[in-house]
Design a protein around this ligand. Structure first.
Ligand SMILES: Cc1cc2nc3c(=O)[nH]c(=O)nc-3n(C[C@H](O)[C@H](O)[C@H](O)COP(=O)(O)OP(=O)(O)OC[C@H]3O[C@@H](n4cnc5c(N)ncnc54)[C@H](O)[C@@H]3O)c2cc1C
Length: 310
């Protein structure tokens, strides 16, 4: 089965690429997989209201937004394959794409838009309260009414954790930064920012043993890693900032990635280390990780893919 363009992933990046590519008559085939990123439609399928996607002044439910994007892509001719990509052979063109059902496809051009998966604490209470006060994205959820003028916590010790904590100081009454060590991993500048901010209190040597609450988070059970002492902390929100894992396993190292596994793209472009292969969305973006930036880079990828046929 030889295709002009295969898009792998059906989050905002993949579906935006599909809309543009379909309208450019590239007849794209989209793999809307189930693998690491979760489900067809991507990360926004797991959230409630999205308040920061332009065009929806009243907010929009994540699954509704993704359903609309899919419908728009299909309307213009994108074809959907509800299956994972299990492997690829990028050593020559056309590129080979092997589905999880072991079907082999060939494509002149590929767009990789498989997203990234937030690392989460492996606790039952975390799963139960996910989206009910527990989140992995302060920029996405921090401004929600439930967190306003309430104490909240960020769990982590890197640059992202500090950035999220500082972001949350705009809304929360107090931000606890919970770190399992006695020193932040964040850069010197970020460390200074966290330590001097009047609304941020760092709780050193602490790990979360339990997220407390029935239907909504009300606090955290913390354990001191040095003394073993257990305490409870009242918070309305807990934001996990313990890293993301880009979904690149199926590439088997054939495309250049950075030290964290994100696909390296040329600055100002979605071009990867291989001609004819483009990457869009969170899989190549360790910095912004937003639906609108994913959609924007999906658009770029489709326009760059189109150029290869001209
Ligand atoms: C709970 C939550 C709430 C969020 N809220 C907001 C918000 O309010 N506003 C905002 O802007 N951003 C929000 N984000 C971030 C936003 O969802 C992401 O930035 C965005 O979805 C990234 O889009 P993407 O297309 O790059 O990847 P994803 O949305 O991750 O989609 C990737 C897709 O690729 C598929 N895939 C993975 N591996 C394979 C494979 N091998 N074969 C085939 N398919 C595969 C996955 O199944 C998935 O469908 C939130 C994220 C989470 C987790």
């Amino acid at each position: 089965m030889r295709e002009r363009l295969i898009i792998i992933g059906s989050g905002p990046a993949g579906l935006t690429a599909a809309i543009y590519a379909a309208r450019a008559n590239l007849n794209p085939l989209v793999f809307e997989g189930f693998q690491d990123g979760g489900i067809p439609g991507g990360q926004l399928m797991t959230t409630g209201i999205v308040e920061n996607f332009p065009g929806f002044p009243a907010g929009v439910a994540g699954p509704e937004l993704m359903g609309n994007m899919r419908e728009q892509a299909v309307k213009y001719g994108a074809r959907m394959e509800t299956e994972d990509v299990a492997g690829v052979d990028l050593s020559k063109r056309p590129f080979a794409v092997i589905s999880s059902g072991d079907d082999r496809y060939e494509a002149d051009v590929l767009i990789i838009a498989t997203g990234a998966t937030a690392n989460r604490l492996p606790l039952d209470s975390e799963k139960r309260l996910w989206g009910r006060g527990v989140s992995a994205c302060a920029v996405c959820d921090g401004a929600l009414p439930v967190f306003r003028n309430q104490p909240v916590a960020v769990i982590g010790g890197g640059d992202t954790a500090v950035e999220e904590a500082v972001h949350l100081t705009q809304f929360a009454s107090k931000v606890y930064l919970i770190h399992r060590r006695d020193e932040l991993r964040a850069s010197q500048a970020m460390r200074a920012r966290a330590q001097s901010h009047p609304k941020i209190e760092i709780l050193w040597n602490r790990v979360v043993d339990e997220f407390i609450g029935e239907n909504q988070l009300s606090g955290l059970k913390l354990r001191d890693t040095v003394t073993g002492e257990v305490s409870e902390l009242t918070v309305a929100g807990a934001f996990e900032a313990i890293g993301h894992k880009p979904n690149v396993g199926f590439l088997n190292g054939q495309v250049e990635t950075d030290s964290l596994g994100y696909i390296v793209t040329r600055p100002g472009s979605t071009a990867t280390s291989i001609d004819g292969i483009f990457a869009a969305g969170d899989v190549q973006d360790p910095k912004y990780r937003q639906a609108i930036t994913a959609a924007a880079s999906g658009c770029m990828a489709a326009l760059e893919a189109e150029k290869t046929f001209l």
